[in-house]
Write a protein that binds this ligand. Sequence first.
Ligand code: ZN
Length: 91
Amino acid sequence: MRITCPFCGERELGEFTYLGDAKPVRPAADAGEDVVYDYVYLRDNIAGVMSENWYHGGGCRAWLKVTRNTLTHEISAVEAAAGAGARQASK
Ligand SMILES: [Zn+2]
């Protein structure tokens, strides 16, 4: 599998680290215990297209949001994740 980094171009998988589902959003500081438990421990096991966080540690060290089919490994989109590097990618 190869990933096309928006900053570095197409690179081999070994340069990246998988960081999991990109959809969960950190709850507010005053959210209840059940909401925090769900955020920390519960994830969907999606068989199909999902958004994932990947880290390009062997390249630009940017956090990326990769849309990938977990059954075929086909990647349909790669974009900079919110945070470090996101402003650079939007130029
Ligand atoms: Zn990169």
